[in-house]
Design a protein around this ligand. Structure first.
Ligand code: PGA
Length: 263
């Protein structure tokens, strides 16, 4: 069971030039601690150049993937293309894609199955909206359980699929969206939701061990309050991953609280 924390940088549609992307990646690669698993997810247009140049110190991930393996699907990228380009991970079902592009759980499910089949590691994002959360944590749990049931339907109980699945709990209302008006979830609530997600993965999908992360307004200041929790396997970081100082602060917290058993 890996105790290392996994920290994923979701750059979203940033930065605007390859040079800036390279500088950002270099800053992270230079100082990334050994005891933390780091995944950088640049936009597709920079991704493959970066993954080809990768020295292996950090892994690379896509922000999305398509479910078909090839053919007439304008604008889409297959899991095999990513795999063949040295990309290890794919974020699937991010709430921004669900909201802006109408991505449904049925689509997310097809993407998860295709990505696992091709040998990619999947970062599946689930989480409730503000409207749901207002009804209380039980309503949030019911919502997330439904997402998991639909998004993971048909997943094979093979060791490889299970090992390659990472789930991220990202309450939609806590995602910064690039501004500071949103605030992170309370770590206690995040722990409760993550423990619940693990219980669903266990009881419905027979996944006994799973890495479940938290995402939503994580920064250098609050990272420790999440990462110190053994239940939380790491963080998916948006806005703060574009600021090297902030991101390295998060990696430091991950180093401090991860790999306890190695010390
Ligand atoms: P945030 O984004 O860290 O800017 O809140 C997280 C995400 O959307 O993955």
């Amino acid at each position: 069971m890996p105790d290392k924390k996994l920290i994923i940088a979701n750059w979203k549609m940033n930065p605007p030039t390859y040079k800036e992307a390279e500088q950002l990646a270099e800053a992270v690669i230079k100082s990334s601690p050994k005891k933390v698993d780091v995944v950088l997810c640049p936009p597709f247009v920079w991704l493959t150049d970066m993954s080809h140049e990768s020295t292996g110190k950090v892994k690379f991930g896509a922000q999305d993937v398509f479910w078909e393996s090839g053919g007439a699907f304008t604008g889409e990228i297959s899991a095999a293309m990513l795999k063949n380009s040295g990309v290890d991970y794919a974020i699937i079902g991010h709430s921004e894609r669900r909201r802006h592009l109408g991505e449904t759980d049925a689509m997310v499910n097809k993407k998860v199955l295709a990505a696992l089949k091709a040998g990619l590691r999947v970062i599946l994002c689930v989480g409730e909206s503000k409207e749901v959360r207002r009804k209380g944590i039980d309503a949030a749990k019911r919502f997330v359980e439904r997402q998991l049931r639909e998004d993971l339907q048909g997943i094979k109980y093979q060791e490889s699929s299970i090992k390659n699945l990472v789930v991220t709990y990202e309450p939609v209302w806590a995602i910064s969206g690039g501004d500071s008006t949103h605030t992170a979830d309370d770590p206690k609530n995040a722990v409760e939701m993550i423990a619940f997600i693990k219980s669903i993965l266990n009881s419905i999908f027979h996944i006994l061990y799973s890495r479940v992360l938290y995402g939503g307004s994580v920064n250098a200041k609050n990272a420790g309050s999440f990462l110190r929790e053994p239940e939380i396997g790491g963080a998916l970081v948006g806005g703060a991953s574009l600021k090297p100082k902030e991101f390295l602060g998060i990696l430091k917290a991950a180093e401090k609280y991860g790999s306890m058993s190695d010390k």
